[in-house]
Design a protein around this ligand. Structure first.
Ligand code: FRU
Length: 494
């Protein structure tokens, strides 16, 4: 019976997607090479996995409208992480534990088990006792059509964890055992809870993997835990930790005790539109992460569902990044090399000296482009270097490298009449001879990577196509750039 309800709900969603997708495709704000859903709203990446020769992306999805509601899992596959084939919706709300307009099938992860593709997700319902979150299983023989496990839910919140703060299971396998980390809150402090299982169905609590002592908020959404060499990485998206919305910790983990002893913590991205990253392994062993390029109402500069809502959609994923670790335990997040395959219109320049007079610059069509360069800190005597992108009609987005105050910032206050806020981060300049900068611009987003990819800013901007100028200038002196590379980036979403 319940199988039938899910099928019916998937068919209904699919009908609406098919009706709307051609119109939505023509939306003016649609991205060119970032992942989006065909219609409606998306948030977190879910169930990312390389399975049977393809990359699978699942995603928090409301196929009906461009706002958050009634969560389904959308599904798409790709060979190159850039061109996607949309598959039928994988999960729809259908059961007593997940069928609610303000609930549904919340975030989770995927793993191969017993020759099948297993999904673990959070079922969210409300039957008059407030929202209740439980962990549930679905599986598929063909990697396309999923069935929810009859015995769901497989886990309910432990004592002391409120029923509405227990979500986002991320599973992995170590030796013969499955492990799962889940976000939770206890006495208003965030926790990452560790569970284990031999069969993906029966789960037992192992330990509190890590917890906030007040400094990291009251709830960790979408925790992820994975090895990097002989160290481990915990990524969390804290609620209630101000502008620090995507944090990582690196340190030692012991499978005997289930405790994570972290030594270093950092921010994955300082921009306003980077949240809930999830990791997965590429077949060549790279650890890749993808995040939702947007923010929630508890985060700085959230305004409403956003302007793309009017076009019948909202949300995209950030560029896929490869995670690497430096010797001192810091993480680098590099745009995946697959992006090089969509470069076009290449231009190079060895050296460029920039003064106070604003200089026009070209990269691709000024909307969908990539720019890479180094700042020569020895030859630079300016107080700051400014690169303004998507300029036109009195609007612009300004990225500032302030050498005097060792601060990098991206200012959206004049971007589009809608976006707001200045994202800021500290630049590590001590003893440095050069600073690397890597910029990716798409129709509605701007991602800037610097300091060996340890200091990054992802921000959405909803600039029109007339805003296609790039301008460079230096304050109080000169800035010298070298090894400049400019590219246009090809459309992948049509
Ligand atoms: C994070 C999140 C998750 C939840 C999902 C609901 O963005 O709030 O904690 O599972 O989104 O869509």
């Amino acid at each position: 019976m319940s199988k039938k309800i899910m099928l019916r709900n998937i068919e209904r969603a699919q009908r609406v997607i098919n009706e709307n997708k051609e119109t939505v495709k023509n939306g003016r704000m649609r991205q060119h090479y970032h992942f989006m859903a065909e219609t409606g709203w998306i948030n977190d990446p879910n169930g990312l996995i390389y399975y049977k020769g393809k990359y699978h992306f699942f995603y928090q999805y409301n196929p009906y409208y461009g706002h958050w509601d009634y969560m389904h899992w959308g599904h798409a596959v790709s060979d190159d992480l850039l061109h996607w084939e949309y598959l039928p919706v994988a999960l729809a709300p259908s059961e007593i534990y997940d069928d609610h307009m303000r609930g549904g099938c919340f975030s989770g992860s995927a793993i191969e088990h017993d020759g099948k593709l297993f999904l673990m997700f959070t079922g969210v319902t409300n039957e008059g006792r407030g929202f209740e979150q439980t962990q549930c299983i679905a599986y598929s023989e063909d990697g396309v059509h999923f069935e929810k496990y009859e015995g769901n839910p497989v886990l309910t919140p432990p004592k002391g964890v409120p029923a509405h703060q227990f979500r986002d299971p991320k599973v992995w396998k170590h030796e013969d055992t499955y492990y799962m980390v889940c976000g939770a809150s206890k006495e208003d402090r965030a926790q990452a809870l560790l569970y284990r299982s031999n069969d993906m169905i029966h789960w037992t609590f192992f330990n509190v993997l890590a917890e906030s002592r007040g400094e990291w908020g009251y709830m960790w959404e979408c925790p992820d835990f994975y090895p990097m060499g002989d160290q481990y990485v915990l990524m969390v998206s804290p609620m209630g930790a101000g502008e620090r919305t995507v944090v990582y910790m690196t340190g030692d983990f012991d499978y005997e005790t289930g405790k994570f002893d972290y030594h270093y913590s950092g921010e994955i991205d300082w921009g306003f539109d980077y949240y809930a990253p999830q990791s997965f392994l590429a077949p060549d062993g790279r650890r890749l992460i993808v995040a939702w390029a947007n923010c929630w109402d508890w985060m700085p500069f959230w305004k409403d569902w956003g302007p793309a809502y009017k076009e019948g959609w909202c949300g995209s994923f950030n560029i896929v990044r490869e995670v690497r670790m430096t010797k001192d335990g810091r993480l680098q997040f590099l745009p995946v090399r697959e992006l090089e395959s969509i470069r076009t219109d290449q231009k190079r320049q060895d050296n460029l000296t920039i003064g106070a007079a604003e200089m026009d610059w070209k990269a691709g069509d000024g909307v969908s482009f990539e720019m890479k360069f180094k700042i020569d800190l020895e030859k630079t005597n300016a107080d700051a270097f400014l690169i303004s992108v998507r300029c036109g009609g009195g609007k612009r987005t300004v990225c500032k490298f302030d050498f005097q105050h060792a601060q990098m910032s991206v200012d959206r206050s004049e971007s589009d009449g809608w976006s707001k806020g200045i994202s800021r981060s500290v630049m590590n300049l001590k003893g440095r001879k050069e600073l690397d900068v890597h910029i990716f611009s798409d129709q509605s987003s701007l991602e800037i990577f610097t300091d060996n990819y340890t200091n990054n800013h992802s921000n959405n901007i909803f600039a029109g196509n007339g805003q296609n100028e790039i301008k460079l200038c230096a304050c109080n002196g000169e800035t010298v750039l070298f090894n400049m590379e400019m590219y246009g980036l090809l459309e992948c979403n049509k």
